[in-house]
Design a protein around this ligand. Structure first.
Ligand code: BDR
Ligand code: CA
Length: 320
């Protein structure tokens, strides 16, 4: 089994990701940490516990982390995720409580234990990168417990929340810059599962309506129906869930190694990931200003049907 930690801002598509990560037999979900993003932190936490309950995973520790980005205010997206972040579905809310540790402390503890055991962890951030930046700045030794980082964020092409920037890197650009720099300095292999593939794993309404018979399957169906309705489409992307598929089945994802920087200024481009796709042999990791860029694997294409099937077959599993 592959040990993983998710960092989420649940969020309809974070919920799709959680259902998959919590139930796939090849993943060992060690912990889930929460950051403000799609909704405020309190709703993120309740939504995360609620989804894990539906997946039958009340054993997974969940910790609350950063309520707001490092510098700017939290800017939620109720038009994408509903006022409560879970599509205002009236789904019964979890009564569970969180781990008493701050998210950064839970990450530190699980990663240090992983470093000691040699069972290295794949960290999958699906939210603004605030918690991960705080972790790598405060406890850089914890990176020894990381096998890799596979994060949803950024775009080589166009953005979504602005023409230039994707939501997670737009929400906390400084954190994204810190995480990329730290990954480079600490030697953590990193994959950017960005908008260039994010919308390409789609579950149709017809497929979603085959789901049912367990809490997980009922919730999964409701999530796709809600997202379809919000976008007035015949189906919906599983969004963040695709990054989980990429960890389970990396052969469904094409990537290329490119230097990536995060735009921290700019009138219209703040939060944009500058993916240097220039085809030239010169050193592209430094620039005239001397700012290093970290080379990461940038997702360029995805087998959307394969990943949609993987999601459907996992979240529709029947529990005893
Ligand atoms: C990302 O932002 C959020 O809306 C989603 O949960 C996803 O993580 C897409 O830009
Ligand atoms: Ca998210």
């Amino acid at each position: 089994m592959k040990p993983v930690i998710l960092d989420v801002d649940t969020g309809l598509d974070d919920a799709c990701a959680l259902l998959l990560a919590a139930q796939h037999p090849e993943l060992d979900l060690k912990a889930v940490t929460c950051a403000g993003g799609n909704v405020g932190l309190d709703d993120v936490v309740i939504n995360t516990l609620t989804v894990l309950d539906a997946a039958g995973r009340t054993d997974v520790p969940v910790a609350a982390g950063a309520a707001a980005p490092l510098i700017q205010a939290v800017r939620p997206a109720p038009h994408i995720h509903g006022v409560d972040g879970l599509g205002d579905l009236d789904w019964p809310r979890s009564a569970r409580t969180t781990d008493p540790r701050h998210a950064v402390e839970l990450l530190r503890d699980v990663l240090r234990a992983a470093a000691a055991s040699g069972e290295l962890i794949t960290l999958i951030p699906l939210a603004p990168l605030t918690n991960i930046a705080l972790l790598l700045r405060t406890y850089p030794d914890a990176a020894a417990g990381l096998r890799e980082i596979v994060f949803m964020g950024g775009a080589a092409g166009i953005g979504n929340v602005t023409a230039a920037a994707e939501f997670n890197t737009w929400a906390d650009p400084e954190a994204a810059a810190i995480v990329l720099a730290a990954a480079g300095e600490l030697g953590v292999p990193t994959t950017m599962y960005g908008l260039d593939v994010f919308y390409d794993v789609v579950v149709t309404l017809e497929q979603a309506r085959t789901l049912g018979g367990s809490q997980s399957a009922d919730l999964a169906r409701a999530l796709i129906e809600k997202r379809s309705a919000l976008y007035q489409a015949d189906g919906a992307t599983i969004g963040d869930g695709g990054a989980i598929c990429a960890v389970i089945d990396p052969t469904g994802l094409e990537t290329r190694a490119y230097p990536v920087r995060v735009e921290l200024a700019g009138s219209w481009s703040r939060g944009r990931t500058i993916v240097d796709t220039r085809d030239r042999s010169a050193d592209r990791t430094s620039d005239p200003q001397g700012q290093a860029a970290t080379t990461v694997q940038v997702a360029t294409a995805v087998d959307g049907n394969r990943y949609a099937d993987l999601w459907l077959s996992t979240v529709g599993r029947q529990h005893a």
